[in-house]
Write a protein that binds this ligand. Structure first.
Ligand SMILES: [Zn+2]
Length: 296
């Protein structure tokens, strides 16, 4: 048996699945605050408790620490400047493969979730950060730089003049998708118009209770997600685009975003389906397990 690991800022989860995609092992601990040695020891304990085969590869879903990509500023301090792959290989004494969390999510959805009957599928993870993953059948496309699906740091398509101002991003550039279609982007839009800080869920509730500013902010989000996904359709023409993360709970997106596509895609009528991911965030550790199993 292999094992998958997801290292998040506040927790570390470990899982193994049955051949039918059910969890047969799942354990979660807190991410240690600062000490990388403690992090590695805790993960070694988790792997041992999972009863994984001694030489089975381990897959780790993590936002940074491999492949040279920058770390988001909200990363846990223990992960700053840590070469996760090397540290864990030394600690576990077995091969370790790292993938981005949204890539693991995409692999789960292609194997057991919403995209399992699809040819080309794109998963778009819309939360505090914007990330994604691409699958062809049940195969994850990681890319030569392990970056496939890193949509959050591409620019918003077809910007109107006021969308070109400001919007500095932690990656050092401006106008990244993450500045517009993340939870913090939506919350910033509402705050800028009202000077009231609401969460995405609160903005959604306010819109349903006739708050016209909240409704306007969400209408703009519909259009921006429409533009972001239209670019994916023009590039990859996926059969399905799956939404995950906090913004995926906005039911309106599945109705309003496809209505935007004729205005932006290179075809008048799109056959692409936009759906919500079948499983919540524990799909990430499940996808890490599938990735580990495929590496054997
Ligand atoms: Zn950026």
């Amino acid at each position: 048996m292999s094992v998958g690991i997801h290292i998040a800022n506040d927790f570390i989860s470990t899982a193994a699945l049955s051949s039918g995609g059910d969890f047969v092992f799942y354990e979660q601990i807190e991410t240690p605050a600062h000490d990388a040695g403690t992090l590695c020891r805790h993960i070694a304990d988790l792997v041992q408790r999972s009863a994984a085969d001694p030489n089975a590869p381990v897959s780790v879903a993590i936002n940074s620490g491999f492949g040279g990509q920058p770390s988001p500023p909200n990363s846990a301090p223990v992960l700053a400047n840590l070469d996760v792959k090397s540290a864990l290989q030394a600690s576990l004494g077995r091969p370790v493969e790292c993938i981005a969390p949204a890539q693991a999510y995409a692999l789960y959805e292609a194997s057991f979730g919403a995209a399992q009957t699809s040819g080309v599928a794109c998963l778009l993870y819309l939360d505090q950060n914007v990330t994604g993953g691409v699958t062809f059948g049940q195969t994850l496309w990681k890319g030569g730089n392990r970056l496939a699906g890193a949509w959050g740091h591409m620019p918003l398509g077809w910007p109107v003049p006021h969308e070109l101002d400001g919007r500095g991003c932690w990656c050092g550039r401006t106008g990244c998708l993450e500045s517009f279609i993340s939870a913090k982007g939506v919350e910033a839009d509402y705050l800028a118009s009202t000077e009231t800080a609401l969460t995405v869920d609160e903005i959604s509730r306010a819109a349903s209770q006739n708050d016209i500013v909240a409704e306007s902010v969400l209408q703009i989000l519909d259009d921006r997600v429409g533009r972001a996904t239209a670019m994916l359709i023009n590039m990859l023409d996926p059969d399905i685009i799956t939404l995950a993360g906090r913004l995926a709970s906005l039911d309106r997106l599945y109705v309003n975003v496809p209505r935007k596509w004729p205005g932006y895609t290179f075809t008048g009528k799109s056959a692409t389906h936009l759906v919500r991911a079948a499983r919540g965030d524990d799909a990430i550790v499940a996808g890490a397990y599938i990735h580990a199993k495929m590496a054997r």
